[in-house]
Ligand binder design. Structure first.
Ligand SMILES: Cc1cc2nc3c(=O)[nH]c(=O)nc-3n(C[C@H](O)[C@H](O)[C@H](O)COP(=O)(O)O)c2cc1C
Length: 208
């Protein structure tokens, strides 16, 4: 009995230590700039294009915060988002790969939650090698459970976020391209530690 108690105590201590160190690496993002973003929508539409080459220039945390808010941030007090989703299912999750690890964007908290230290850019570069040359990559996934398994709805909802990313990049001198994640998501799901309901649909490297 004493042995069981000692083991339980040690396990609790270990888990607390793990949580403390993992949470310490989460990133509280700066408040998104929103209305200070320069440029009109029609100019951004005129400038929107795909780019597959990136310089070494890094995004600041402010630019990353603005980008993620534009992509699928919370834009109303009731928690609704910059991107529409069918029946407001909010099935889309954005994962962010940077040189210091892999994160999940928590839109409500305006935070990047660290989920690992491996390089998501390399994991996403299988079909499109240029992805690993970008300072960051966004993996945009849809939770099929929330869309009732309707793949078209998942694709449409992810597509709305994808176009938000393109337009933010066009308006802010950033480069990006939408890359199809492919028909075999298992490896990426394993990398991200997500269940098979959560399906990564597109990868978007972003840089300058
Ligand atoms: C759903 C979708 C998937 C795409 N997948 C890839 C891809 O895997 N690799 C790539 O280099 N470009 C990909 N693209 C980018 C298209 O090739 C690009 O949008 C198209 O050539 C038109 O160029 P533009 O975006 O500059 O107008 C994809 C675009 C979309 C919308």
């Amino acid at each position: 009995m004493n042995k069981i108690r000692t083991f339980a105590f040690a396990a609790t201590l270990g888990f607390t230590a793990y949580c403390t160190s993992a949470c310490a690496q989460d990133v509280t993002l700066p408040t998104p700039t929103k209305n200070e973003t320069a440029g009109s929508l029609t100019k951004a539409l005129n400038d929107r294009h795909s780019t597959r080459q990136f310089t070494d220039r890094q995004l600041t945390d402010q630019t990353l915060s603005d980008l993620l808010w534009a992509a699928d941030g919370v834009n109303r007090p009731d928690g609704k988002r910059t991107a529409p989703s069918a029946m407001n299912r909010q099935d889309v999750t954005i994962y962010v790969g940077k040189d210091d690890g892999t994160f999940r964007y928590d839109a409500a908290a305006n935070k990047l939650i660290k989920i690992g230290s491996s390089d998501l850019r390399i994991a996403a570069a299988d079909r499109n090698k240029f992805i690993k040359t970008a300072p960051i990559v966004l993996v945009i996934a849809s939770n099929n459970k929330l869309t009732g398994g309707n793949k078209a709805i998942s694709g449409l909802n992810v597509g709305a976020v994808m176009q938000n990313v393109y337009l933010f990049c066009a308006a802010n001198g950033l480069s990006t391209v939408c890359c199809y994640a492919g028909d075999a998501p298992a490896e990426m799901q394993k990398f991200l530690g997500i269940k098979e309901d959560m399906v990564p649909l597109v990868y978007m490297p972003v840089g300058y």
